[in-house]
Design a binder for this molecule. Structure first.
Ligand SMILES: [Mn+2]
Length: 396
């Protein structure tokens, strides 16, 4: 038995508003499907975020439908759990694909009944496989996992697909949706999505894989520069399939004691020929004279394009003017680290920091009433665990 497991294809996504980058996401999906067909897989599982938005453009939707039609004609079931990006107020484009029979949507097998969440799934009897899953809904997610009723099939290879982050992923920690112990037991394979880098975990005797996204979705993924791809699982053994991605070059440029003209020269010297890559220059340090706005960015961009780059982005946010008093000691730290350090300096304890992080993580987000009540119940729980905020006046 052989299947492909991919996730977070984000069809319709782009970077820097480039049409070429939108095409890159489509090409990555195309490549993954072509390889799966060539490998003669029995079925394909997608762990969510097929699309980047619940209302993809006509061009993107048409591309996806054409590709899935090829899969359908070869009688390869395409089984999907919608991700957070696929789900809109009025439903999901996955419902359209389901309507015409190109995908099997696992979301349909989740039913709420008297506080319990009954989860069914699909059986592929000739392969002796059972597949079920939880979509990437954001509200009351712990409640769903805690009250989940699902029965793996005896004598079958059981697969559980989901679209949430686990606390067991080292980089996720406090921002995780759930812990692995909340996952239903008795499955042979956990097909995970939502986290954009490849992660392989062992859950008891079972395998849990996040294939990650198939293209670089944002600057942090570009800077991490991790391989993009998906898994082919054959007889319960995973094989990583690397997908080709566009070449990104992220280059810090030390501009200390340079004037704006010299900055241009230094950048030009750094630029090596490329075939269609994207160049990201991060100018850093303090200029000797002049002003950072006097740097001829167009000259740098033109030079890079003459050397084959598709696009150049020049960041000036970490470059100081000669007389600037800003202190940029924070440049190597993540936002979460900066927030936490700040709170620790203010002498808040762990409980208070947890509370603050929860609130910060929801700032500026549009929330549904159910999500607000979920946050409130989390807040209440943290408060009940007890917060000791030292009196800053007396402890100084
Ligand atoms: Mn995603």
């Amino acid at each position: 038995m052989k299947f492909a497991h991919l996730s977070d294809t984000h069809l319709g996504a782009t970077n820097f508003k480039l049409k070429e980058r939108e095409e890159d996401f489509l090409r990555a999906f195309d490549e993954a499907i072509e390889i799966s067909i060539k490998e003669n897989v029995d079925f394909i599982i997608h762990s969510g975020d097929l699309f980047d938005k619940p209302n993809p453009s006509y061009h993107v939707l048409r591309f996806c439908m054409r590709k899935l039609r090829e899969v359908h004609r070869r009688k390869i079931p395409f089984i999907i759990i919608p991700g957070s990006h696929d789900l809109g107020v009025e439903g999901s484009p996955i419902n359209l694909l389901e309507e015409i029979g190109y995908v099997i949507n696992l979301q349909n097998f989740l039913k709420e009944e008297g506080g319990k969440f009954k989860l069914g799934g699909i059986e592929l009897p000739e392969k002796k496989v059972f597949i079920c899953g939880i979509p990437g809904i954001r509200s009351e997610i712990r409640k769903i996992y805690k009250n989940l009723e699902v029965q793996p099939r005896q004598g079958y290879y059981n697969i559980f697909a989901f679209h949430h982050t686990l606390a067991e992923i080292p980089e996720v920690g406090v921002y995780a949706d759930i812990e692995a112990k909340l996952l239903p037991k008795g499955f042979d394979y956990y097909a995970a999505g939502h986290y954009h880098s490849r992660i392989q975990l062992q859950i008891g005797n079972s395998m849990l894989n996040y294939p990650g996204s198939t293209e670089y979705c944002d600057l942090s993924e570009i800077e991490q520069d991790r391989e993009k791809g998906f898994f082919i699982i054959e007889d319960n053994k995973p094989r990583w399939i690397k997908l080709s991605t566009r070449n990104f070059v992220v280059q810090p440029v030390n501009c200390n004691n340079l004037n704006p003209q010299q900055v241009v020269e230094v950048c030009r010297k750094m630029i090596k020929p490329s075939s269609g890559g994207i160049l990201i220059l991060k100018l850093m340090g303090r200029l000797s004279k002049g002003n950072r706005n006097e740097i001829d960015r167009e000259a740098i961009e033109n030079f890079a394009k003459e050397n084959g780059y598709l696009f150049v982005k020049i960041y000036l946010s970490e470059l100081l003017n000669p007389d600037s008093i800003a202190v940029l000691e924070i440049k190597k730290k993540s936002l979460e680290e900066i927030e936490e350090e700040y709170l620790r300096r203010q002498k808040y304890d762990d409980g208070a920091i947890k509370l603050a992080k929860l609130l910060i993580s929801h700032l500026g987000k549009e929330l549904k009433p159910s999500e607000v009540s979920e946050i409130c119940s989390k807040l209440y729980k943290i408060l009940m665990e007890g917060i000791k905020v030292e009196d800053k006046e007396s402890s100084a």
